[in-house]
Ligand binder design. Structure first.
Ligand SMILES: *Cc1c(COP(=O)(O)O)cnc(C)c1O
Length: 386
């Protein structure tokens, strides 16, 4: 742990293990039905891991397409030299159609007005804009209502500036085994795709599976799977754990910037919400705070790792720093082999020796899901790729 390279200007960082990302990508490639493409979901800066290096690693491990949430995320990938197909996972504001054409980004489409404006923007450049038709089969988030899909296509298909490159839906409950709502959504999706084809309309690539769908429902891999969280080594639910082996890609670490033995009764942090209960307690400071994604809700609840040993975070987490306590005489699980020193490496997320703090552990304390934990750490911390 002491040999880690930390950034020059601040003693806190996100470590992104690209070798693990590559192995996870390969594990998903192997799960796919023969002929099914892998679309890697890299929205929110690759779930906080940094989109550009992740996209390059995923592509080298067999991914052929990528998906983002926003037009700006797509533009950033293009400006970094990424030339592979990029889908924007919702229909953006109509004002961005020229940007979509210029950067060759495929939007999701579900209204005629947007589609026709996109077609006009493409035709004006003598180009054809490729898009994916999004169908709402029951999640009530985005997409054309399934019963309106054929009519929408008939309204826009005359346009020479448009080409349907894909047709997709998204599941609300793909992680729940034998789920009635999942089966209902899948049935509706199959029926809508059949109706489009029956009307003589080209669907392009048909896709619906996210991570849990890909792992638990190989019967609906179709032409492509859209995998996000699993690539980053996290399971979307307990149900996928026994079906695929994944390695967490992100760790979050810092170094101790200050340490002391306060007096008994001294308070720690804003509001002095924790007080030193006895002698021989060290309180150490680490430069990571809630503006780095370490939620203030975790204050006085979470552990960190030092020298392979758990220590209790104490006091309210600040915007840019937090404190933890080391009880030199504590029970073994909470007693490092030596007192903490200036510069010691502290693990907030990830492994140190035999101990590990998981995104699931932090998510449980916050009442959220592992997805939000890693996204949050993408906010401000410098990323180090290993
Ligand atoms: C985020 C997202 C995915 C990826 O979901 P994971 O659970 O992270 O695999 C796939 N499709 C759509 C439409 C999404 O919004």
């Amino acid at each position: 742990m002491d040999k880690v390279v930390s950034p020059a200007n601040r003693w806190s960082w996100v470590e992104v293990n690209l070798a693990a990302l590559r192995r996870n990508t390969t594990a998903f490639r192997r799960q796919l039905t023969r002929g099914t493409q892998l679309m890697c979901v890299v929205k929110a800066d690759a779930y906080g891991h940094g989109a550009v290096p992740c996209v390059k690693t995923m592509h080298s491990a067999g991914a052929s397409q990528f998906a983002v949430a926003t037009v700006d995320e797509g533009v950033a990938l293009r400006e970094a030299g990424i030339e592979w197909p990029i889908l924007v996972l919702s229909e953006p504001p109509v004002d961005c159609v020229r940007t979509l054409v210029r950067y060759d980004l495929m939007p999701s489409v579900y209204t005629a007005d947007f589609a026709l404006a996109l077609g006009e923007a493409a035709a004006a450049e003598n180009r054809v804009a490729r898009y994916h038709l999004a169908i709402d089969t029951g999640m009530t988030r985005i997409g054309v209502r399934r019963q309106d899909a054929v009519e929408l296509r008939r309204t826009i298909d005359f346009h020479r500036g448009l080409e349907c490159a894909g047709t997709f839906t998204h599941f609300a409950t793909a992680d729940v085994p034998d789920d009635w709502d999942f089966a209902l959504q899948l049935n509706r999706f199959r029926e809508t795709v059949a109706a489009l084809r029956g009307a003589g309309l080209e669907t392009g690539l048909v896709h619906c599976d996210n991570t849990p769908g890909t792992v638990l429902h190989p019967e609906c891999h179709f032409d492509m799977c859209r995998v996000g969280i699993g690539l980053y080594g996290l399971h979307p639910a307990e149900t996928t754990r026994v079906r695929i082996e994944l390695e967490p890609v992100m760790s979050v670490r810092g170094r101790v910037t200050r340490v002391l033995y306060p007096n008994v009764g001294d308070g720690v942090g804003y509001g002095l919400t924790w007080r030193v209960p006895k002698q021989n307690i060290q309180v150490a400071t680490v430069p990571i705070g809630y503006a780095d994604g370490l939620s203030r809700e975790l204050s006085n609840q979470m552990d960190v790792l030092v020298g392979g040993c758990r220590c209790r975070q104490v006091g309210n987490i600040c915007m840019d720093q937090f404190m933890f306590a080391v009880d030199v005489n504590s029970v073994r699980a909470y007693r490092p082999s030596r007192p903490v020193e200036y510069g010691d490496v502290v693990t907030i997320l990830g492994a140190d020796g035999d101990e590990r703090i998981t995104a699931e552990e932090m998510a449980k304390l916050r009442g959220t899901i592992n997805y939000e934990i890693v996204c949050d750490f993408g906010m401000r911390l410098e990323k180090i790729y290993t």
